[in-house]
Structure formats: structure tokens, C-alpha cells
Design a protein around this ligand. Structure first.
Ligand SMILES: Cc1cc2nc3c(=O)[nH]c(=O)nc-3n(C[C@H](O)[C@H](O)[C@H](O)COP(=O)(O)OP(=O)(O)OC[C@H]3O[C@@H](n4cnc5c(N)ncnc54)[C@H](O)[C@@H]3O)c2cc1C
Length: 256
């Protein structure tokens, strides 16, 4: 069996928008999206129970290799990075197109995603990729088992739990409650350097430059702005009389 895990390299620290591109500034340090560490961990848990190959796949800048290497250090078998200057500025639809094409090449039985990317927070890419692959998708998996050609998932909802089953090949987005990702060991970090790491261009995937990046994206960020300033806010410092001050404030507003 082969499991492909989609992982994103996200900027570290507070997010900053570059006013010239109206996009997130990704020039600084980055790291493996922490939600995706849960997906890698789950793949490794399944791998431990069977003769499974785990391949980690990312679309991103060359620095995204650092995040892929972290996944390799955790125990994944090989990594595929789609890196191409012409892919910069890809919106969600284009990102799903590029990733789905890279995944088709791998012919995985199971594709795992994290629940969301901590930078863009879309929590939607897995659905778009599953649609392109024509595969069933289950999100918010907090338990996952693979048996008899099916993925069985306990899914967390607002009202309780659903237990769902989908025939393989399938796409599953895991919740961050599914497991506790392991830390890579020193041996894992050293071993990661020797594991296969493939870098693909858009041309390698048969995608024309005009179909990716800004050129291929049909959404444009028109404007950015700060949230409106808070109106009539009053800050009450607690010098021992805060409770009375709050009651006085509410009485003044005729709310009590
Ligand atoms: C106009 C526009 C321009 C943009 N330009 C850029 C850009 O230059 N660079 C950029 O990085 N983003 C760019 N984005 C954002 C990019 O479209 C989203 O990051 C991408 O569609 C994924 O959405 P998300 O980050 O909300 O992921 P979510 O839907 O929250 O992610 C869910 C899961 O999908 C997987 N995943 C997400 N992204 C990737 C990835 N890249 N590779 C592998 N797996 C992934 C992970 O498993 C993740 O947990 C742009 C968006 C717009 C609208």
C-alpha cells in the first residue's frame, strides 16, 4: 500500500502581508505546518502495521524541502516537492490542480491531509483535491483504520461522532486530535538526508506555466485593510474594585 501525505511549508511567527504583492510574506523562516505533522504521524502509524510506503508531497518554495525533510526524519520514506517560480501566486483552485496532478503520478491508495494550513487557514484544499481525483473524502478524522480495501473513520462533529467508511483509494483529512506527532530522533534526522527527495517543475507534471501561479489563478486580492477600530471601549484595571466598576458601567448603560 502507498500513502501520500500532503504537507505545507508555512511562515513562522506573526503573519505579515507584503503590500506590494498583497500576499503573505513568505521570505522569512518557515516550518512544517503543525496540523500536517498529525497527518504524517497517522501515516507512520498505519505504516507500522503493514508494508506501507509513505510519500510526502508539497507545492511550495525550495525552502519547503526543510519541511519535507522533517517529515522524512519522522519516518516517511520519500519526498516530492513541486517547485517552480511560475507557481508563485497560485490560488486555491490552481494549488489543487498542481497537487492533484502530482498525486495522480504517485497512484496512492490513501491520501492524507492535515485539517488546515496555519497560514491561510482555508481548511478546504483536501476537498478540492479529492474532487479532482474523483475520490471519496472524509474530513475531521479523529480515528482512522485501513482494513479490507476501505478507510474507516471516526469523525468529530459539533453534535457527537460519525463513523464513516470509504473504499480505497480515498482522501482523508485528519483532525489535530487524532494523535500526538513524534519528534524526529537524531538517527531519523541523519537518515532523512539519504532518503529520495524529488523536485518537480510544472513542465514535469505537464502543466503549462500559464495554467499555474498568478497567470492561472482566477482570484485576485483587490484590497487589504485593518479591522475597524473598536468603538466606545473602556478598560477597567483591577485594583480590587473591578467588579463594582463593571456593575457601575452596566448600570450607566442601563443594562442592569
Ligand atoms: C490570489 C492568491 C495568491 C496566492 N499566492 C500564494 C503563494 O504565492 N504561495 C502560497 O503558498 N500560497 C498562496 N496562496 C494561498 C494558496 O492558494 C493556499 O495556501 C492553498 O490554496 C491552500 O489553501 P490553505 O493554505 O488555506 O490550505 P488548507 O485548505 O487550510 O490546507 C488543508 C491541508 O492541505 C494541505 N496543503 C495545503 N497547502 C499545501 C501545499 N502547498 N502543498 C501540499 N499540501 C498542502 C495540508 O495538508 C493542509 O493541512 C494564494 C492565494 C490566493 C487567493
Amino acid at each position: 500500500m502507498r500513502i501520500a501525505v500532503c504537507v505545507k511549508h508555512v511562515p513562522e511567527g506573526p503573519s505579515r502581508i507584503d503590500p506590494s504583492t498583497k500576499r503573505l510574506d513568505r521570505s522569512g523562516e518557515g516550518s512544517l505546518n503543525h496540523f500536517d505533522a498529525n497527518a504524517v504521524e497517522e501515516a507512520l502509524r498505519i505504516k507500522g502495521e503493514s508494508g506501507t510506503e509513505v510519500v510526502v508531497v508539497s507545492l511550495g518554495p525550495q525552502k519547503a524541502l526543510d519541511s519535507l525533510r522533517k517529515a522524512l526524519a519522522m519516518g516517511a520514506d520519500r519526498a516530492v516537492l513541486v517547485f517552480d517560480d511560475a507557481a508563485e501566486g497560485s490560488d486555491l483552485v490552481v494549488t489543487s490542480r498542481v497537487l492533484a496532478t502530482a498525486l495522480e503520478r504517485e497512484e496512492p491508495d490513501l491520501v492524507l491531509f492535515g485539517q488546515q494550513a496555519s497560514d491561510a487557514d482555508g481548511a478546504v484544499l483536501w476537498a478540492a483535491v479529492a474532487e479532482r481525483l474523483g475520490r471519496p473524502v472524509i474530513s475531521q478524522a479523529m480515528e482512522l483504520s485501513v482494513e479490507g480495501g476501505s478507510a474507516r473513520v471516526k469523525r468529530q462533529t459539533e453534535f457527537g461522532y460519525d463513523t464513516l467508511e470509504a473504499p480505497l483509494p480515498a482522501v482523508v483529512a485528519v483532525s489535530d486530535a487524532i494523535n500526538e506527532p513524534r519528534y524526529p530522533s537524531l538517527k531519523g534526522i541523519m537518515g532523512a538526508k539519504k532518503k529520495p527527495q524529488e523536485i518537480l517543475s510544472l513542465a514535469d507534471l505537464g502543466i503549462a506555466e500559464g495554467d499555474a501561479g498568478e497567470a492561472g489563478s482566477r482570484t485576485t486580492v483587490l484590497a487589504l485593510g485593518d479591522p475597524p477600530a473598536r468603538g466606545d471601549a473602556r478598560k477597567i484595571e483591577d485594583d480590587g474594585n473591578a467588579a463594582q466598576a463593571i456593575v457601575d458601567f452596566l448600570a450607566e448603560k442601563r443594562l442592569v
